[in-house]
Design a protein around this ligand. Structure first.
Ligand code: C2O
Ligand code: CU
Length: 580
């Protein structure tokens, strides 16, 4: 009897110890999350039209990465594309201390060759909603993308409450392959990619198969009853509040997103808490993420449309559709109403209003430095160079070098062999330039030169939009910065005024983001600290625009970067370098 009692208390003690060690693991030691991914081409019908898409472990979008702040993510990526390179960027993750894991082909690494396995390893150091996607050529639009959700550390809470968390990735979808599109963009005569055939919500959309000629229908190329293109269904429990983590990875389109009969409260943007505001239409640009809270408070005896529409470009793409369903009902039929066609595509005012409404949450303000050490103004327009259409910044179109900058700078290669040592211009002729006139193409050049910033300095960037080479046309460009978040100091219309507009900067509660739009004929002002050692791309997040030269690169503190893994090497001037 005594023995049994002793045994019991020993067991209790062991259980208690085990419990204590579990607690210790989850609060003190961060976890390592290991993923094994295989990237390959497969036939899929995301919008009922069958085409070759790039999948990760058989899916597009790829697997969700779910982690907690402080965890280390290890992705062992096998390239099974047979004849095509790959690289994956972890969008919104700053890669502090691991700039070689940023996944930007040509900037931070050589591409991963067919048959090779590459290991990405990095820490997710801040809770929030992030994305990942291919960063090689215009490969992202072949379907190589997904989301990263980082939860707050144990014991920490967020400035809002909800019952359930759901992810929504928006995308636009083209039937032409990335090769056809890229070849067209870099051909004479120029062949534009055109408007997307459909919009996808969580990888599902609907193309009207009857628009195709009958032979392709007979060949099974388009099948409206294919379960792969049945709409995404969001099932909610009446009375509960849902946090929707919405991300856009469109190749071309700016979108609005709405849920019939339900308002959304915006609470997070690109990993930062937003001073909450309500909206019916959420405008979202490629590379942005937002969390919105939605209360399942409507009549549960019917279902509702969840819709997304193209804005800013004249849409020819049908509304993207998903369905909101109230548990325990499940309607086989579509909602009883007609889906909304969204806000007016060419009304910039409400989009600018939303941009201005996104401010830092009052308890989570990161105060920006009050002054900056350098101001770079980037005039966004188009050029024609040797007959090729290009996007340009201050009349310079960006091109990627064959040897990634990070390796060239870190391994002390002969830099003159790698990239243009003249940095791109920091301004344009703003006195004389008419942003409303058709771009005239004076002194249009192409370059792979970069901005070399002093480590730890504060840099302002003014994105100045202008007319394109088409009369009365200025587009929306979502700009994304790698390796940093920036403060969004202001937006405006017309030409930025160095005297008046600087005085109107929001230095009180600016939101920090990694992606921000510049609206047609408008300007956007950003500030960031060049405090992350490495080489970082800053570019328009539209696939065709970056491919056509709409980007720049910043270097800062590269001498502080640790030893590069040899796995990032093997291309250009690093050909002879050892690759495992
Ligand atoms: Cu999400 Cu350089 O991109
Ligand atoms: Cu653009």
């Amino acid at each position: 009897m005594v023995e049994i009692l002793a045994y019991r208390s020993l067991v209790k003690l062991l259980v208690l110890c085990h419990f204590i060690s579990l607690v210790a693991v989850s609060t003190v030691e961060a976890r390592i999350r290991h993923y094994r991914w295989e990237v390959k081409y497969e036939y899929k019908s995301p919008d009922c039209f069958k085409k070759l898409v790039i999948t990760i472990n058989g899916g597009t979008p790829g697997p969700k990465i779910l982690a907690q702040q402080g965890d280390t993510i290890v992705v062992e990526l096998k390239n099974s594309l047979l004849t095509e390179n790959v690289a994956i960027h972890w969008h919104g993750i700053r890669q502090i201390g691991t700039p070689w894991s940023d996944g930007t082909e040509g900037v931070t690494q050589c591409p991963i060759l067919p048959g090779d396995t590459f290991i990405y390893k990095f820490v997710v150091d801040r809770a929030g909603s992030y994305l990942y996607h291919a960063h090689y050529g215009i490969q992202r639009e072949a379907g190589l993308y997904g989301s990263i959700t980082v939860s707050v550390p144990n014991g920490e809470s967020e400035p809002f409450a909800y019952d359930y968390d759901r992810g929504i990735i928006l995308n636009d979808w083209f039937h032409k392959s990335t090769y056809e599109q890229a070849a067209g963009l870099s051909s004479i005569p120029f062949v534009w990619v055109g408007e997307p055939q459909s919009l996808l919500i969580n990888g599902r959309g609907r193309f009207n198969c009857s628009l195709l000629a009958t032979p392709s229908l007979e060949a099974g190329v388009c099948n409206a009853t294919n379960p792969e293109c049945s709409p995404y269904v969001l099932t909610v429990i009446p009375g509960k509040t849902y946090r929707l983590r919405i991300g856009s990875l469109t190749s071309l389109s700016a979108l609005s997103f709405q849920i019939e009969g339900h308002n959304m409260t915006v609470v997070e943007a690109d990993g930062h808490y937003v001073e909450p505001f309500e909206t019916k239409n959420l405008y979202i640009y490629s590379g942005e993420t937002y969390s919105v809270l939605v209360k399942a408070s409507q009549d549960p005896s019917r279902n509702y449309w969840v819709t997304t529409n193209v804005v800013s470009r004249k849409p020819t793409t049908p509304t993207g559709l998903a369905i909101l369903n109230y548990y325990p009902k499940y309607f086989k039929k579509s909602p009883p109403t007609l889906p909304t066609t969204g806000p007016l595509w060419n009304d910039t005012a409400p989009r600018l209003t939303q941009s201005l409404a996104v401010k830092a949450h009052k308890s989570f303000i990161h105060s920006p430095p009050l002054t900056s050490d350098k101001v770079i103004v980037l005039l966004n327009t188009q050029n024609k160079i040797d007959g090729y259409y290009r996007w340009s910044l201050n009349n310079v179109s960006f091109s990627l070098p064959h040897t990634p900058y990070l390796i060239a700078l870190k391994e002390n290669l002969n830099l003159n062999h790698v990239f243009d040592q003249t940095p791109p211009p920091e301004n344009y002729d703003f006195k004389n330039y008419d942003i409303y006139a058709v771009a005239k193409n004076v002194n249009a050049t192409s370059s792979n030169g970069i901005y070399r910033l002093k480590f730890n300095t504060t840099v302002d960037i003014i994105l100045q939009n202008a007319n394109t080479m088409t009369v009365n046309n200025s587009e929306t460009h979502p700009w994304h910065l790698h390796g940093h978040d920036f403060w969004v100091l202001g937006y405006g219309t017309g030409k930025f005024d160095m005297k008046k507009d600087v005085g109107k900067y929001n230095l009180v509660n600016p939101i920090m983001k990694n992606t921000v739009p510049v609206h047609p004929y408008g300007w956007t002002a950003l500030r960031f600290r060049a405090d992350n050692p490495g080489v970082w791309a800053f570019h328009c997040h539209l696939e065709s625009h970056f491919y056509m030269g709409m980007g720049v690169v910043f270097e800062a503190g590269v001498e502080k970067v640790g030893k590069l893994p040899s796995s990032v090497m093997g291309c250009g001037e690093t050909k002879g370098f050892h690759r495992p």
